[in-house]
Design a protein around this ligand. Structure first.
Ligand code: 13P
Length: 254
């Protein structure tokens, strides 16, 4: 009942020209309609990629958003601006938490701002290696989820996408095991959603795994019913590997 979703987070990679070429190759190579595909280019490539995706089922997402609609916030991009181009927006990525000091309160405001303008948040949560080794994975993931979403209506919550991205698995080539990801998502992501919004919402939200996903290991995650897809970094920068992940997901979820 939940449509599988594979999202590519290009991070700070690809010029507008490069992004167009990549998006075109993904569009031309896409051979499934069962998996929803989302590309999240850097802001400067969004309009160019949008033009390439016209008339295709592939959706666009941004990688960040400010919580105000407009004003004196030099260097920021508002949800009103994104709304013209994007359906999704990544919020609370660990790189934003780590390098740009985003905290749960800011992330909460960004989620509300995105929803206010009809953008679908892809909320990222996940523990660091130190937190995992200290046995804090559950509390960290539950707290991040709760603080970002507390106060939303069940209807608002049901439309969300959440990505569980253990920080130690991002860009390291060391993915979580499928069993580990499944356990965290079931107990601490969906469990927290159930506490906040009830069982039906907890079952409707799409939850992705992220962290060193490849065409070779994606099946390990999407074979588990609680995992609806992936948020892909490095492997989303080449059409061949990104399409490999999408098509493998379609095969496993069929
Ligand atoms: P990698 O796939 O490069 O590990 O990045 C994951 C990620 O952070 C996606 O948001």
């Amino acid at each position: 009942m939940r449509q599988p979703l594979i999202a590519g987070n290009w991070k700070m990679n690809k010029t507008a020209t490069e992004g167009q070429a990549l998006a075109r190759a993904i569009r031309e190579g896409l051979q499934t309609q069962t998996v929803e595909v989302v590309l999240c280019p850097p802001f400067t490539a969004i309009p160019a990629v949008h033009a390439v995706l016209q008339g295709s089922p592939i959706h666009l997402g941004a990688q960040n958003v400010h919580w105000e609609d407009a004003g004196a916030f030099t260097g920021e991009i508002s949800p009103v601006m994104l709304k013209e181009w994007c359906r999704y927006v990544i919020i609370g990525h660990s790189e934003r938490r780590q390098y740009f000091h985003e905290d749960d309160e800011m992330i909460h405001r960004k989620v509300l701002a995105a929803l206010r303008h009809g953008l679908i948040p892809i909320l990222c949560v996940g523990e660091t290696l130190a937190q995992r080794e200290a046995g804090e994975t559950g509390t960290v993931v539950a707290t991040q989820t709760r603080r970002a979403l507390e106060g939303l209506s069940p209807e608002q919550a049901a439309g969300l996408v959440i990505a569980y991205e253990p920080v130690w698995a991002i860009g390291t080539g060391r993915a979580a095991t499928g069993a580990d990801a499944e356990e965290v998502i079931r107990r601490w992501v969906r469990g927290t959603l159930e506490e906040l919004f009830g069982l039906e919402v907890a079952q409707r939200v799409r939850v992705l795994y992220g962290g060193s996903v490849t065409p070779e290991n994606i099946a390990e995650f999407v074979c588990r019913p609680t995992i609806d897809g992936a948020l892909v970094g490095g492997a989303s920068l080449k059409a061949e590997t990104f399409l490999g992940i999408i098509h493998e997901t379609a095969r496993v979820k069929a």
